[in-house]
Design a protein around this ligand. Structure first.
Ligand code: ADP
Ligand code: ZN
Length: 632
């Protein structure tokens, strides 16, 4: 993995054969250098330019002689001091010296006792005479310049310096408008390649064409072939979209600019658009290059809907700027924009028009074989015990995506290190998986009553999971408190599931209600421990009714927005009557399942008791022990 170049410079990218490297001096060094330069300039200005040539002090007699020779141009007198210039340079030998010097500008003192009529003499020889009151203040502009000038200069310098520094540090005050894209340039270490991406071969195929284009844009240009301006990668978080984009850049050996869409947006309108402009400008400079925009949905949501009520100007401006940039491509720039989103369906259609993100690539969670390959990639640098069977681990991790699997390998390695193992063993992997799936053990003690109640609660979940045909097998039951829960029952399918039947979903609801039902059957009352169960129950039931057409009264239509896209103001075009119908259908399903749960548990009360007792004794039961205890 390449590291982004340090972010404390305004333009942190380095490119082979590109623009020359920016100096990497520290900001404070720059400040000192600037101060020295300023001082030098100041010295030059005051000593050389502003200060006139010094006047030579001549004797009064010499002055009078020159006046009589009519060699005086003009004088200015201040008190008894007379300053002036000679018409032509006069040779003056100061008292006590041998060499004479050529004097042009002079100054002299008129003795107070001089009784000559100097004025008449000067007038007779046509000398211009000025007089200034003694100690006349310097002109106002000079006073201002000398008084405030240095202070203003220093303040200006400091402001300039801080703005620069802030622009360099990501998100600083002065950094508005400059895109904060991270650049991975060809010379910044080992690049990500397709070898680092596993389990999503179909998707790799789709982007190889882009790699080919970026490697040799000229070949495509000559044939007039139009390469897509933008590719939209869509898929759940952690499936490797960013990784893939990085790998495309790595394979093509071109610079990689990446930025998350949410980073474009600041509180100040117009900043996002200017960041976009800056980002594309930089990319074009070093083209061929890849610009990667993560979380595109943060700015690319459909406009005009209920979502955009209120201050969304900034978002729209930013989005428009991206569209403008992409429209502006003629295809010869060699900049390809990749973007990622978790949900392509809520994006503004304008983004998907030809010349924009005209290629949509769906990245799905990996299947069993894909998971095995991903595990292989992430165990490359890990000393894994020869006994470890990645295929088996892949089989026990349905639904996990690349990021989860990487995390699993890391957790296992951490456990192995803590246990002072030489290699990462199967047991390390198993315990790491348990920790990830069930949560970290919380060190609290339950009272005996709480413990018993929890045992029956979990036994209720587990038993219904075992009794319902088609339900996912129970893999583990535990009454050791973890995370928010006092106990856990973990079920997972044998193979990957891609769709769910109504019967399966009802089974899930029944199982989730099993904890509460068991408490009611055994203790005659329920506790708050079932809260998250109920969340899960209503979630499944609402989707069945509102989105999956699994209720007769509503019929096979979608009446609810997808979870997460609901409008906060309830403006999603669902009629109130329909909402009520949805609610009552949801209630009907849940009631139905709950009475099933109660009935089953009462029928199998003996199994429930045995399972709960086994749990109380062992605290954690794995699949075999659990089915054995239940007698199934
Ligand atoms: P996304 O952008 O889709 O949310 P990422 O690309 O950020 O996902 O994935 C996070 C990390 O998970 C990657 O850096 C990589 O280590 C791992 N990962 C995800 N998918 C894969 C994959 N298909 N092959 C190998 N590693 C993967
Ligand atoms: Zn529960």
């Amino acid at each position: 993995m390449t590291a982004p170049t340090s972010g404390d410079e305004p333009k942190p990218w380095r490119v082979e054969g590109g623009p020359p490297k920016r100096s990497r001096r520290r900001p404070w060094v720059q400040l000192v250098v600037m101060l020295l330069v300023l001082l030098a300039v100041n010295w030059i200005v005051t000593s050389v330019l502003l200060r006139p040539e010094p006047r030579v002090a001549v004797s009064y007699t010499f002055f009078v002689t020159q006046a009589q020779k009519a060699n005086i141009e003009e004088i200015t007198s201040t008190g008894d001091t007379i300053e002036g210039t000679f018409r032509e340079k006069a040779a003056y030998t100061p008292l006590g010296e041998k060499k004479s010097e050529q004097v042009d500008r002079f100054t002299t003192e008129r003795p107070t006792f001089a009784a000559d009529n100097l004025f008449a003499l000067l007038q007779a020889h046509g000398v211009a005479v000025n007089a200034k009151p003694p100690d006349a203040p310097a002109p106002v502009w000079q006073q201002l310049l000398l008084g405030f000038g240095p202070a203003l200069l220093i303040i200006g310098l400091l402001v300039w310096f801080f703005r620069r520094a802030a622009a360099g540090a990501a998100g600083g005050i002065g950094g508005f408008g400059r895109s904060r894209a991270k650049l991975f340039s060809p010379d910044s270490g080992p690049r990500t390649t397709f070898a680092d991406v596993a389990g999503i071969e179909e998707v790799e195929q789709e982007v190889t064409e882009i790699v080919d284009f970026l490697r040799d844009p000229e070949r495509y240009r000559k044939l007039g072939a139009r390469i897509p301006h933008g590719v939209l990668l869509s898929g759940p978080p952690g499936t490797g979209k960013t990784l893939l984009a990085r790998a495309v850049a790595g394979e093509a050996k071109v610079p990689f600019f990446s930025m998350s869409a949410s980073e474009f947006i600041e509180m100040i309108v117009g900043v996002g658009a200017s960041r976009v402009r800056d980002l594309f400008e930089q990319a074009k400079k070093v083209a061929p290059a890849i610009v990667f925009i993560d979380e595109l949905d943060a700015i690319g949501r459909a406009r005009g809907g209920a979502q955009s009520l209120g201050g969304n100007d900034e978002r729209e401006q930013t989005l428009n700027q991206i569209l403008t940039e992409m429209d502006g491509f003629t295809g010869s720039e060699g900049v390809v924009v990749l973007a990622a989103t978790n949900r392509a369906e809520i994006l503004d259609q304008a983004l998907l028009r030809p010349g924009r993100f005209d290629r949509l690539v769906t990245v799905s969670p990996p299947d069993v074989a894909g998971r095995e390959q991903i595990l292989a990639v992430h165990t490359r640098g890990v000393p894994v015990d020869p006994d470890v069977d990645l295929k088996k681990i892949a089989a026990t991790t349905p639904g996990m995506v690349g990021a989860d699997l990487r995390n699993l390998v890391n957790e296992a390695a951490l456990l192995a290190a803590r246990r002072r193992h030489e290699t990462v063993t199967t047991a390390d992997f198993g315990d790491a998986l348990e920790k990830i799936l069930l949560g970290t053990v919380r060190g609290i003690m339950l009272t005996p009553e709480e413990k018993e109640r929890t045992a029956f609660h979990e036994a209720g979940h587990a038993l219904l999971g075992m009794l319902t045909p088609g339900a996912d097998p129970v893999r583990k039951i535990s009454i050791i408190p973890r995370g928010q829960a006092l106990g856990v029952t973990f079920q997972s399918p044998d193979t990957d599931r891609y769709g769910y039947s109504s019967a399966y979903l009802r089974g899930r609801i029944t199982g989730a209600l099993g904890g509460r039902a068991a408490e009611e059957v055994v203790f005659g009352e329920v506790t708050t421990g079932a809260e998250s169960d109920l969340d899960q129950v209503s979630n499944i039931a609402r989707q069945m009714v509102g989105r999956w057409g699994m209720s007769e009264a509503i019929g096979p239509v979608t009446v609810l927005p997808a979870p997460g896209t609901e409008s906060p103001l309830g403006l999603d075009g669902v009629a109130p009557a329909t909402r009520e119908l949805v609610d009552s259908e949801v209630r009907a399903i849940v009631d139905d399942c709950y009475s099933d749960a109660l009935r089953l548990l009462r029928e199998h009360r003996a199994r429930l008791d045995r399972l709960a007792q086994a749990l109380l004794a062992a605290e954690t039961l794995d699949e075999r022990a659990a089915y054995e205890a239940a007698g199934l």
